[in-house]
Design a protein around this ligand. Structure first.
Ligand code: FES
Length: 138
C-alpha cells in the first residue's frame, strides 16, 4: 500500500532547475531503501513559485522542500522511513517572518492564492497529460 506521495513540480522552470534529475534520483534512492512500493513519485504541473524550484512536496502531510539538489535526495528518501524526520534544512525560509515554514499551505505566497488551477496543478500527473497529448517520452 502506498503510504506517501512525493510531488515534483515539472513545469518549464522546474525542469530547467533540475526537476527531472531530482525525480529520477528520488526514485533510485527510494528503490535502494526498499520504499518503492510505499512511496509514489509523481510529476506535477507548474507550482507557481519558480524562485524556489525545484520543489518536492510530501503528501499527505504537505511538507514542502525547496531548491532541492541531487545531493539532498538521499536525505529526503531516508526521511520517509518509519523512523525518519523531515528535512528541515530544505523548508522554505520566509524572509518577512525570519523563520522556516514546513508546510506549503502556511507559505504566504500560496495561502493568499485561490485554490483553483494551482490546486489542480499540485496534483496533476504530468505523465498522463503528456500521454494524452501524445508527447510522452521517458
Ligand atoms: S515552472 Fe516551476 S514553478 Fe512554475
Amino acid at each position: 500500500m502506498l503510504a506517501k506521495t512525493l510531488l515534483i513540480g515539472r513545469g518549464t522552470c522546474c525542469v530547467s532547475a533540475g526537476a527531472e534529475q531530482i525525480h529520477h534520483a528520488l526514485v533510485k534512492e527510494l528503490t535502494q531503501l526498499g520504499l518503492a512500493d510505499k512511496v509514489q513519485v509523481k510529476g506535477t504541473g507548474c507550482r507557481g513559485f519558480s524562485e524556489i524550484d525545484p520543489v518536492v512536496t510530501v503528501e499527505p502531510e504537505g511538507l514542502l522542500y525547496c531548491r532541492v539538489k541531487i545531493e539532498d535526495t538521499p536525505e529526503i528518501a531516508r526521511s520517509l522511513l518509519p523512523e525518519g524526520k523531515p528535512v528541515e534544512g530544505l523548508f522554505y525560509y520566509d524572509p518577512v517572518i525570519g523563520k522556516p515554514i514546513s508546510h506549503y499551505r502556511d507559505i504566504t505566497f500560496y495561502n493568499k492564492q485561490q485554490r483553483t488551477q494551482r490546486f489542480r496543478n499540485f496534483h496533476k500527473n504530468t505523465k498522463i497529460c503528456l500521454q494524452k497529448a501524445n508527447l510522452c517520452f521517458e
